[in-house]
Design a binder for this molecule. Structure first.
Ligand code: PA5
Length: 444
């Protein structure tokens, strides 16, 4: 099993009887999900995606990635939310947060269209100077403002640099199969297009072309990623006490019902930073509605032990911690003995640094548990493509089951529309005139 839930530190907080009491509800959530009878059942494509994906498109993704690798120094990935986080999370988990400094045979990757900051966009534009650039614009709706602004900028850049024809062969559009402004433009201009399936929501889309094209362009093995997800699909399809994904979902729910308001996802590998962000979107958008939900927060330890560690140990007792325990780092470092022992660190010497990291983790878990913070462990052998695919599917399924246990629709996101309406009104988008006057009066 690539991901295992270890509940040994939960004993002071949850009894076995509590799991037994919740099991009928977990079973119901499982049946709702697998029968397609639950809320949001239009968006269950992710459930069988690891085996039911479009094989012809998958081959085209690999071909396009090989072309990008062969003709580009830089790949610009344009997208926001579910159309951005999964790709970046997977690439950084597998290749490291310093990927852009360490990549040799694959292009540097810059992510834009995930904010409206002109300063950030200008910096990326300067980084492209003198380099060969390709663009992957990703938007399911094809109308999201942030990526649309960035695409306008980079499309212009490419057309100026390579001419219309040259730009055409460097722009890849990932969008709806038939609808939306981006699809219309891509068809009119002749860009190569990839599809975001109708029945897969943004935050569940990392294993579609949305994530797979950038991930493949970074030199990651997407066959193994899908194989890992397929293994998880099979292993987690049965609703019994051996299903660690369901046990994790049940644990979250029991702790929520006991008054915990925050789930803090902790990892001791900085390469997991963007996976933390992906997890926050997945759970935040799926559960946070109808005035319910666990607030998903994240930390990288030991870094954040020197900042948020104080709160976790000693602040308001509102949280539990889910530790993603990566058992073997991608690289290790041997700590040498020093004759002078000038820093007094010889007690750490003659061993790998990963041992020190592990002891820091074990010590922290015990301290936090003693401090009244329940700790759940999700053990992952190592950050390989296979294990990451497994972990992605594990979280997706845990999120769906958690949402049903909480009594919300885990597949919609009605709340994200409110800011958009206000922003459009304040910017004078046609059709929003009444709202504009109302909002400006409030701002005065
Ligand atoms: O999960 C979601 O649905 C959102 O985060 C979307 O992915 C995000 O808003 C981007 O939407 P789109 O792909 O339509 O541009």
């Amino acid at each position: 099993m690539s991901v295992k839930m270890n509940g040994k530190h939960l004993a002071p907080f949850i009894s076995e009887d509590e799991y037994k009491a919740l099991f009928p509800q977990v079973k119901l959530a499982h049946e709702l999900l697998h029968s397609g009878q639950g809320q949001g059942n239009d968006f269950l494509g992710w459930l069988d995606l690891p085996v039911n994906y479009d094989k012809e498109e998958f081959a085209r993704i690999k071909k396009a990635a090989a072309k990008i690798i062969s003709d580009s120094d830089v790949l610009i990935v344009i997208g926001i939310g579910g159309s951005y986080l999964g790709a970046r999370a997977a690439i950084e988990a597998l290749k490291g947060t310093l990927y852009n400094n360490t990549c040799k045979k694959t292009p540097q990757i810059f992510y834009v269209g995930n904010s409206i900051s002109p300063a950030y966009l200008q910096d990326v534009i300067s980084l492209c100077e003198g380099k060969d650039v390709s663009v992957n614009i990703i938007s399911k709706s094809g109308t999201t403002t942030e990526p649309a602004i960035a695409f306008r900028v980079f499309r212009n850049m490419l057309e100026k640099k390579y001419g219309k024809e040259g730009a055409r062969s460097r722009i890849y559009a990932t969008t709806d199969k038939a609808r939306g402004t981006l699809k219309e433009l891509a068809d009119a201009e002749g860009y190569e297009t990839f599809v975001v399936p109708d029945d897969v929501g943004g935050r569940y889309s990392v294993l579609t072309a949305v994530g797979l094209l950038p991930i493949a362009a970074a030199g990651c093995d997407i066959d193994q990623l899908m194989a890992g997800a397929a293994a998880a699909r099979e292993a987690l399809a049965v609703c019994d006490e051996n299903n660690d994904c369901y046990r994790y979902a049940a644990t979250r729910n029991i702790l929520y019902r006991k008054g915990k308001a925050v789930e803090l996802l902790a990892c001791y590998e900085p390469n997991f930073t963007l996976m933390n962000e992906w997890y926050k979107q997945l759970f935040g958008e799926s559960e946070g509605k109808d005035q319910k939900g666990l607030f998903p927060a994240s930390v990288i330890f030991s870094t954040d032990l020197h900042s948020m560690g104080q709160f976790v140990q000693d602040g308001a007792r509102i949280m539990f911690e889910t530790v993603v325990d990566i058992q073997k780092p991608q690289k290790d470092l041997y700590i040498e003995k020093s004759d002078e022992n000038f820093d007094g660190l010889n007690f750490l010497a003659d061993q790998n640094m990963s041992v020190v990291n592990r002891k820091a983790m074990e010590g922290t878990i015990l301290a936090h548990t003693d401090g009244g913070v329940p700790n759940v462990l999700l053990e992952v052998e190592s950050l390989t493509e296979f294990n990451l695919g497994y972990l992605i599917y594990f979280f997706e399924k845990a999120c769906a089951i958690s949402g049903y246990l909480m009594g919300v629709n885990p597949f919609n996101q009605p709340g994200v529309e409110s800011y958009k309406k206000n922003m459009f009104a304040l910017l004078g988008k046609p059709g929003y005139e009444d709202r504009k006057a109302e909002l400006e009066a409030k701002l005065r």
